[in-house]
Design a protein around this ligand. Structure first.
Ligand code: NAI
Ligand code: ENO
Length: 306
């Protein structure tokens, strides 16, 4: 494949940026990849693992002369990083982010960026419960969706170039408006994470997780919950703080359905339970028949970051 951006700056060198760096290097999508992270240890590991060509101590230095700047830090930190890099951005540069929430990023980052810089937020729907520089792998985005959320009036040529870039990383792209993005992600990602966190918490309250009983006898469902509930606390705290409206809306609907099922169990309404489960099974089968079932490639990698 050929070069899409001459110089790419990766701000934050964790799972997502690390995976992007490895895939870019594998396919020659950039002439130079510059990375930065707050800790010297992360920067050293990034160079050792070949996530980027060189590292800088500050984000301001990393973006000097960059054609594409990728903000890959927790959503709550995006605004501060944007403020730091703004005076150092090259005219005509594209700034993107990979945050899990988009309204908060548009509002937190957009106002800091100078005239002549293009801002096109994106969100790869791919990840694992691991974080930090060791967690990245080049295949992460293969056959996964990447949502493109351009602000009104964004430059069409630059949106298309960024789409081509994500496609070169292996992803399918789809454009979405910001409110729709935050609502869809609340349904398919944010609330499922909250449910997993809660379920593991409940099991732990029963004092069975800690003595390994639940893990030992658990079937795949609970194991999946424990995997998801091992996700990075900083990242997920920021997701819920910044996607408050959509997550509360979906949580409200979720609890209503849950109460209906609770009532069906209490009253012994087998028909209601059977019909509900038949309906949800059809949804799953529909997803598989449409070829939209994309299992994450490998959850066994990487290390947790403090
Ligand atoms: N982990 C996942 O499954 C996915 C994460 N995302 C989004 O991608 C972004 C990055 O996530 P990951 O790569 O998973 O995280 P990570 O924890 O693996 O890496 C984050 C990086 O940001 C740095 N960082 C943390 N706080 C910072 C701050 N206040 N200022 C500057 N740097 C800071 C960390 O040191 C690290 O280098 C997040 O916004 C997240 O919502 C998007 C899709 C999937
Ligand atoms: O690990 C999982 O199951 C995920 O759901 C990964 C994920 C986490 C956060 C995102 O914003 C997108 C994808």
């Amino acid at each position: 494949m050929s070069v899409i951006y001459d110089r790419v700056a990766l701000i934050g060198l964790g799972l997502i940026a690390g995976s992007m760096g490895l895939a870019m290097r594998r396919d020659g999508l950039a002439r130079e990849i510059v990375g930065t992270a707050r800790s010297a240890e992360t920067r050293d590991v990034a160079v050792e693992l070949g996530l980027c060509d060189r590292v800088t101590e500050t984000a301001a230095e990393a973006v000097e002369g960059a054609d594409l700047v990728v903000l890959a830090v927790p959503v709550g930190a995006m605004g501060r990083v944007a403020q730091e890099i703004a005076p150092h951005l090259k005219r005509g540069a594209v700034v993107t982010d990979v945050g899990s929430v988009k309204r908060a990023v548009l509002e937190g980052v957009g106002p800091h960026l100078p005239e002549g810089v293009h801002f096109v937020p994106t969100h790869p729907m791919a990840g694992t419960e691991h974080s930090g520089p060791h967690a990245g792998f080049a295949e992460l985005f293969q056959n996964r969706w990447c949502l493109i959320v351009p602000p009104e009036g964004a430059d069409e040529t630059e949106i298309a170039r960024l789409e081509r870039f994500w496609q070169a990383l292996g992803a399918h792209t789809e454009r979405m408006d910001v409110e729709h993005h935050d609502l869809v992600c609340a349904v398919v990602s944010h609330i499922p994470h909250l449910i997993a966190y809660t379920m593991v918490g409940v099991a732990d309250d029963l004092r069975r997780v800690s003595d390994q009983e639940v893990i030992k006898f658990s079937a795949a469902g609970f194991r999946d919950f424990t995997r998801i509930a091992a996700s990075d606390p900083t990242m997920w705290r920021d997701v819920f703080l910044t996607n408050k409206e959509a997550t509360l809306e979906i949580l409200g609907r979720f609890t209503e359905e849950l109460f209906a099922l609770q009532r069906a169990i209490r009253t012994g309404d087998g028909d209601q339970l059977f019909d509900y489960f038949t309906h949800t099974r059809a949804i799953r089968r529909g997803i598989i028949e449409a070829g939209q079932d994309t299992e994450a490639p490998d959850f066994g990698r990487g290390t947790k970051q403090k």
